[in-house]
Design a protein around this ligand. Structure first.
Ligand code: C5P
Length: 230
C-alpha cells in the first residue's frame, strides 16, 4: 500500500472501541493511537499541579505548563502506544477512576483540544493509523478512509468498565461506575467544542450482543471493502 490509511473510531466510554481498535491495527499492521490517553495524561498533569477539582480547572496555568511539557508516544514491537510525559511512562497512572471522573472537564476546553489535535496529527504523520476517541472522524481526520461509531448500552458499558476497574479498585460499586460513565458521556456529548457525535459517513457498530471476534470480523469486512482489499 503506497498511500497511508486513517481509520477513525469514535464512540462513548467503554463501548469496546479501544479493544477493537488495537485488534484492527494488529490485523493491518497499522499503528494504534489511543487519543483518550492524551486527555488523561493532561488530567494527570493538572492533578499533579493542583489545577483541577470537580468544579474548577485552571486552564490558563495548565496551558502554560503544557507548553513546557513534552507528551510523547513510544511504540512497542506490536506497534501499540505507551504515553509518556517528559520521558516518564504514565500508562497505569492515567487509568484510575479519579482521572476518569475529571478528564471530561479537561477535554471540554477548546485551547486544550487544539493542543491535543496538534499532537494527534504529529504522531500520525506519514503513518497508517487506527485512532480511537470522541472527535476523530469529525474533527481530527474528517477525511479518514474509514469511519466507525462503536456503541453499546449504558449497562453493558458500565459492566465492562466495572470489571476492568475492580482489578485495582476493589471497593468500587457498579452503580458508581455507571453514574460516572453517564456523567462523562453527557459532558462529552453536550460540550461546545468537538462534542462526541456520529461522524458524517461513519458506520455504526453496536457491540452489545456481539463477541469481540464477531465485531472484529464485521469491521474488517467493511474496511477491506472500503480499501478494496481482496
Ligand atoms: O477514551 P477514554 O475513555 O480514555 O477518553 C477519556 C476522555 O477523554 C473522554 O471521556 C473524553 O472526555 C476525552 N476525549 C475526547 N476526545 C477524544 C478522546 C478522548 O474528548 N478524541
Amino acid at each position: 500500500m503506497n498511500k497511508t490509511i486513517k481509520v477513525a473510531i469514535d464512540g462513548p466510554s467503554s463501548s469496546g472501541k479501544s479493544t477493537i481498535a488495537k485488534l484492527i491495527a494488529k490485523h493491518y499492521k497499522f499503528t494504534y493511537i489511543d487519543s483518550g490517553s492524551i486527555y488523561r495524561a493532561i488530567t494527570y498533569i493538572a492533578l499533579e499541579n493542583k489545577l483541577i477539582n470537580k468544579s474548577f480547572v485552571n486552564s490558563s496555568v495548565l496551558i502554560e505548563i503544557l507548553k513546557k511539557t513534552s507528551i510523547d508516544f513510544s511504540f512497542n514491537k506490536k506497534n501499540q502506544n505507551t504515553i509518556s510525559v517528559d520521558g516518564t511512562e504514565l500508562e497505569n497512572k492515567i487509568r484510575t477512576s479519579e482521572i476518569s471522573s475529571l478528564v471530561s472537564f479537561i477535554a471540554e476546553k477548546n485551547e486544550i483540544r487544539e493542543y491535543v489535535v496538534k499532537i494527534q496529527k504529529r504522531i500520525s504523520k506519514n503513518k497508517s493509523v487506527v485512532m480511537d476517541g470522541r472527535d476523530i472522524g469529525s474533527v481530527v481526520f474528517p477525511n479518514a478512509d474509514v469511519k466507525f461509531y462503536v456503541d453499546a448500552s449504558l449497562l453493558t458499558r458500565s459492566k465492562r468498565r466495572w470489571i476492568e476497574l475492580s482489578k485495582t479498585e476493589q471497593d468500587l460499586s457498579l452503580e458508581v461506575v455507571k453514574n460516572d460513565l453517564l456523567k462523562r458521556d453527557t459532558n462529552d456529548t453536550n460540550r461546545e467544542f468537538s462534542p462526541l457525535v456520529k461522524p458524517i459517513n461513519s458506520i455504526t457498530i453496536s457491540t452489545d450482543n456481539l463477541s469481540i471476534g464477531e465485531v472484529l470480523d464485521k469491521m474488517i469486512k467493511i474496511i477491506d471493502q472500503k480499501l478494496k482489499i481482496k
